[in-house]
Write a protein that binds this ligand. Structure first.
Ligand SMILES: C[S@@+](CC[C@H](N)C(=O)[O-])C[C@H]1O[C@@H](n2cnc3c(N)ncnc32)[C@H](O)[C@@H]1O
Length: 235
């Protein structure tokens, strides 16, 4: 698969209100203080852990890892360009391992591998929080071919959820909802920049075609709820 670079490049996923609502949600899931150690797997531009660092001023800066090093990755965290499986072999311990919208990049066997390593990398009472798009009735605005790809990927996610349940056993589920209100023009730019993985392997022609479909299908302002399933595991 091609690399994902524009996911959080000035989109609602990097907006102040998204990050603050997301981190308020995190606060309900885990008690953090300045001694907490955090690892964000597939951190992108590291907006989430950067905001946490500003708030909690952790003694150990949160670590964000990703296979893509974006040039505008946040500076107040420790970023490492490395794959998760390789990094987790270092056997450092964390209080929170965050895996947000990243599991779909893993094969089934590598996901098991990732979870086994993540479990071993938790401090006592540490938590793994996995976030992934909700799979039924997903509201992400799509053109036809994009919807087809997304549905296929969400079907695969359901298989991954079963693997997670089998591996982690004692888990709890909640949803994180964010109300998106975005201009059609901005959303078209996001599609053009292939912000989501279901667009990565499309041809330029398919993207162009899709853009004209979105242009005619949606009003000037696009509103929908972006819902993530949160899977929580505690050691
Ligand atoms: C959809 S983005 C999510 C970014 C961020 N977690 C967020 O929610 O805003 C998924 C990220 O996972 C990264 N990724 C994919 N495979 C990875 C791996 N094996 N190890 C670390 N990061 C990976 C991608 O490069 C991408 O930045």
């Amino acid at each position: 698969m091609k690399k994902l670079k524009n996911w959080d490049n000035k989109t609602w996923l990097s907006s102040k209100s998204y990050i603050s609502q997301f981190n308020r949600f995190l606060k309900k899931k885990i008690n953090l203080d300045k001694n907490s150690k955090i690892l964000d797997i597939g951190c992108g531009r590291a907006n989430i852990i950067s905001a946490l660092q500003k708030k909690y001023k952790f003694r150990n800066k949160p670590i964000g890892i990703d296979i893509v090093a974006n040039k505008d990755v946040k500076k107040n965290i420790v970023f490492k360009k490395i794959g998760a499986l390789k990094y987790l072999k270092k056997k450092e311990k964390y209080d929170l391992i965050l895996i947000k919208q990243t599991i779909h990049f893993f094969s089934k066997s590598n996901l098991n591998h990732l979870l086994n390593l993540a479990k071993k990398s938790l401090n006592n009472k540490g938590k793994i929080l996995i976030f992934s798009l909700k799979t039924n009735n997903n509201k992400i605005p799509c053109f036809e071919k994009m919807r087809k790809n997304l549905e296929k990927s969400l079907k695969r996610d359901e298989v991954l959820f079963k693997i997670i349940k089998k591996n982690l056993k004692e888990i709890s589920y909640t949803n994180f909802n964010f109300k998106v209100n975005i201009s059609k023009q901005k959303y078209l730019r996001m599609i053009k920049e292939r912000y989501i993985s279901c667009l990565l392997n499309m041809s330029n022609k398919e993207i162009k075609f899709g853009i004209s479909e979105i242009k005619s299908k949606y009003k000037d302002q696009i509103k929908f709820t972006d819902t993530l399933k949160c899977i929580s595991y505690r050691k």
